[in-house]
Design a protein around this ligand. Structure first.
Ligand code: HEM
Length: 469
């Protein structure tokens, strides 16, 4: 078990604060959230609805799994997210509409389709390694930015295959202010102001960013429609998706919204999970070495392949433990369709219910030494001994993350590929602060120092990059 003061980066507030909503809303989860099962609190403002908070695996099972139909997405987060995430997506749809979209999209995420992408994952990691190599030994890198670029390259290839005209740097740059506006948008919604118009810092660049992202996605769709040959990338699968019963196909508006959603949710979440993972491994050098040994054993003289990726079992445990301490989505929101109960508690239709994933994953009754880093918590026998819903970085029930298998395979491949070539160290003097927005991000930089391990360096960057392209 490895301990570090940075693993508890703030003190929970006894009383919630408006300021924390836009800076680090996790501070507003009261200290009792780490000890209790369920609690309710009046909103921060007299006219706000009462809110309920769930941190018990049994109640989570009822909310997200056994009685999932009785609850929909909550109004506050939905209004704040609509804009950064487009309206006609799988993420926002409900009822029959959701069922059809989920049925249409799921085949794109079948395991054999994901495994076929492993060489792409390796290629994207190698391209990142080539960039780092150019910086020279001992270079300091900002790991969150680097992982955003890597996971964006992955999702772009997985979604579109090859697109010559896609401005990926522009897309990533436009995403920053859009995602960064999330806290302010939450505040605006709480005050019943339209989040697209409420005056907050960065409003104009967030609005321009959203417009750019939408227009780029529309262009990509038009480009693909102009060359209709069938391909197995996600866009090709969505274009050919047809409801077996009704024969319905996706409208352009649904296609644009979902493609945009995949680009956003599919890279930001994996990027932060990978950044936290490398940072945790830099703190805990013994675990880093153990994961590197596994990567070397599994890859042998070559690369991670669709056949060997499953053998990265300890690497997956590291990723799971990293997403326990720093879950990319720190909370999930629901709202009952009508007045109801959850366990013994009454919940009115207008009252949102939040699963506090951050607190659940650090709950005193569910985890030994909750703020310590220990990937062995995810050894199979330990997982079996725990309640299934004590851990939910990808959610649970019918609305569980559709990209879970994709993300886990992608991340394990990237971690193993980069660990074989570099040692990661922390930078003295850096202290962690959080600034969660759409995902659980650090405030400012998350710097790491790199040392190249020459025995695993590939013979030729050009060769690797050519294979990737
Ligand atoms: C580490 C990476 C990821 C994490 C931690 C993550 C987390 C989540 C969580 C917690 C949910 C459930 C939200 C809820 O129940 O309210 C979710 C849903 C979703 N995720 Fe992910 N996700 C990741 C990667 C991806 C990827 C790679 C994609 C697609 C390419 C994706 C697409 C989606 C979609 C479309 C939904 C909505 C599903 C539905 O409502 O039916 N995610 N994700």
């Amino acid at each position: 078990m490895f301990h570090d003061p940075d693993f508890s980066p703030f003190t929970p507030r006894e009383k919630p604060s408006f300021l924390a909503v836009s800076r680090n809303y996790l501070e507003n989860y009261a200290p009792e959230a780490y000890r209790t099962d369920f609690f309710s609190a009046d909103g921060l403002w007299p006219f706000f609805p009462r809110m309920h908070y769930v941190v018990s695996p049994e109640l989570i099972e009822e909310l997200l799994v056994t009685r999932a139909e009785a609850f929909r997405r909550d109004d506050i987060a939905s209004k704040a997210l609509r804009g950064p995430v487009e309206g006609d997506t799988l993420f926002f749809s409900e009822g029959a509409e959701w069922k059809w979209q989920r049925r249409a999209i799921s085949p794109a995420f079948r395991y054999e389709n994901i495994l076929a992408l492993v060489p792409f994952f390796v290629g994207c990691a190698r391209a990142q390694a080539a960039e780092w190599r150019r910086l020279g030994d001992g270079a300091e890198v900002e790991i969150t930015e680097a992982m955003s670029r890597t996971t964006f390259a992955v999702i772009e290839k997985a979604v579109f295959g090859a697109s010559e005209n896609f401005d990926s740097e522009g897309f990533i740059a436009a995403l920053r202010p859009v995602l960064g506006s999330f806290g302010w948008r939450m505040l605006a919604v709480m005050f019943r102001l339209p989040p697209d118009w409420a005056p907050y810092p960065g409003l104009l660049s967030a609005r321009a960013g959203s417009r750019f992202l939408h227009e780029e996605t529309v262009k990509l769709l038009a480009e693909r429609r102009a060359r209709p040959e069938a391909t197995r990338d996600i866009m090709g699968l969505l274009l050919s998706a047809k409801d077996p019963e009704s024969g319905r196909v996706m409208t352009d508006s649904e296609l644009v919204a979902n493609l945009h959603g995949f680009l956003l949710a599919g890279h930001e979440t994996s990027a932060v999970a990978l950044a936290w993972t490398f940072w945790l491994l830099a703190k805990d050098q013994a675990t880093q070495e153990r994961a590197r040994e596994e990567a070397e054993r599994v890859a042998g003289d070559g690369e991670i392949t669709p056949e060997t990726v499953e053998n990265l079992t300890f690497t997956r445990q590291v990723l799971q433990e990293s997403m326990r301490l720093f879950p990319p989505f720190a909370a999930l929101g629901r709202q009952p369709r009508e007045d109801t109960t959850l366990g013994p508690y009454r919940v009115a239709a207008k009252e949102p219910v939040y699963v506090l994933t951050w607190c659940l994953h650090r709950h005193e009754k569910l985890w030994d030494e909750p703020t310590g880093f220990d990937p062995d918590r995810f050894a199979p026998e330990k997982v079996k001994a725990r309640h299934r819903y004590a851990y939910l970085p990808f959610g649970a029930g019918p609305r569980i993350c559709v990209g879970m298998g994709f993300a886990l395979t992608e991340m394990a491949t990237i971690v193993a590929t980069l660990l074989r070539e570099f040692r990661f160290d922390t930078v003295p003097g850096h202290r962690l602060e959080l600034a969660p927005t759409f995902a659980t991000r650090p405030k400012g930089r998350l710097p790491l120092r790199l040392t190249r391990l020459s025995k695993n360096a590939p013979a030729s960057d050009a060769e690797r990059l050519a294979a990737y392209r």
